[in-house]
Design a protein around this ligand. Structure first.
Ligand SMILES: [Zn+2]
Length: 382
């Protein structure tokens, strides 16, 4: 991963480059950025830069032997640690080392923009959440004590440091505090509040902000060949999260399926007389799998946004056509200044809870009842 392949984040990159130039690279650093900001990708690009044999102005070369190993995620002096759990192949005592091949495959597949959900789905572990175990800490300590194999620096990248459990963290405190010479430890995390204070206090904090809209838009055009309008709309909907932007763009095939499902759902919410139909619908939704559920909820957000554009007479910005356009015109009168914020919030919260393994049956039932209330009020006022 070279800096040139990072989406946006110019300020962070400049800060990293100047820390290297001025010879003040902290031995333990914490890259803190929410999902889709690229904190892990940045850690990897920085590690590659540090060990590159022919550094260019502002980036690694991409072609020296060290860079080539980096691009395959197989440099012998780079060590990855990350949350794991049991699956079909590893039935007990999971730890990072046992999943390295899978992790490399996942890095390739996701172009190093990795997410917790994506990783667990790659491992096919269902609803289980991973952890970084004390076994991993033992491996880290063993590897830290070795000399670098061939590069100037040995680099440890610990992804999702909030998944270090307490005994793992305790075991690593001394290593974080004072790693041996020529060793750099980069922790990446999404949620500061979940990190143990003892870990926070031992690492230099590098904040990775949400990606700005212009950079997302450019990446959608350059990498996924979206046209200007599509790229703009998706960039606006993605709240600085490249993974979300990519999902929205790549699942446009699912748009038709989402449209049909969303329309059906709202019909049930508008005519809740027959709760058995709504119940059946919610049960079906609950079985769909979390990615599909998220995709449907995100579609809902997009549809609400379209309705708001109709209402503000920004018809030139409306992206829908055909049946979707007809539906959004019919729905628009029921979305208004009094309820649009609430609907937006409900759908966003539902995405948040789906990601965190909420019981989907309860979640969609609860959400449906709230939407029924909102639309009932809107109808009496319309
Ligand atoms: Zn190089």
């Amino acid at each position: 991963m070279q800096f040139k392949n990072i989406i946006g984040q110019k300020q962070v990159i400049n800060r990293l480059l100047s820390s290297y130039r001025e010879n003040r690279v902290a031995h333990t650093q914490l890259f803190l950025g929410s999902e889709g900001t690229g904190a892990f990708a940045l850690a990897l690009a920085f590690a590659q830069y540090i060990n590159c044999e022919q550094k260019q102005e502002g980036d690694s070369c991409g072609i020296c032997p060290s860079c080539i190993k980096f691009e395959k995620f197989s440099h012998p002096d780079v060590h990855f640690f990350f949350p794991t759990t049991t699956n079909d192949k590893v039935k007990k005592d999971p730890k990072s080392e046992l999943f390295l091949d899978e992790f490399r495959k996942y890095l390739g597949k996701s172009e190093t923009y990795i997410t917790q959900q994506g990783w667990y789905e790659h491992l096919k572990v269902g609803n289980k959440q991973g952890s970084i175990f004390v076994r991993d800490a033992s491996d880290i300590i063993a590897k830290v004590s070795l000399k670098p194999y061939e590069a100037p620096y040995k680099i440890f990248i610990i992804w999702l440091a909030e998944k270090l459990n307490e005994s793992t963290s305790n075991k690593l405190l001394k290593t974080f505090e004072e790693p041996p010479e020529n060793t750099i430890i980069i922790l990446t995390a999404e949620r500061y509040e979940l990190l143990l204070p003892t870990v926070r206090s031992r690492a230099q904090l590098i904040k990775v902000p949400k990606i700005n809209v212009e950079d997302l838009e450019k990446a959608l055009k350059d990498r996924l060949q979206l046209d200007d309008d599509q790229a703009q709309e998706i960039a606006l909907l993605s709240s600085g999260n490249w993974n979300l932007a990519r999902d929205l763009a790549e699942n446009s095939d699912d748009v038709q399926a989402n449209f049909v499902a969303f329309r059906q759902w709202l019909r049930h919410c508008f005519k809740p007389e027959d709760y058995t139909k709504l119940n059946k619908f919610n049960t079906d939704l609950a079985r769909m799998g979390r990615e599909k559920q998220k995709s449907l909820l995100n579609y809902g957000l997009e549809m609400v946004h379209q309705c708001m554009l109709h209402n503000q007479n920004h018809n030139n910005l409306v992206m829908k056509d055909g049946e979707e356009l007809e539906f959004s015109k019919k729905l628009a009168p029921y979305i208004n200044a009094n309820n649009q914020e609430a609907i937006y919030r409900l759908l966003n919260e539902a995405v948040y809870h789906v990601e965190r393994n909420a019981n989907p049956s309860i979640l969609f039932t609860d959400l449906s009842f709230k939407l029924i209330d909102i639309f009932r009020t809107a109808r009496t006022k319309a």
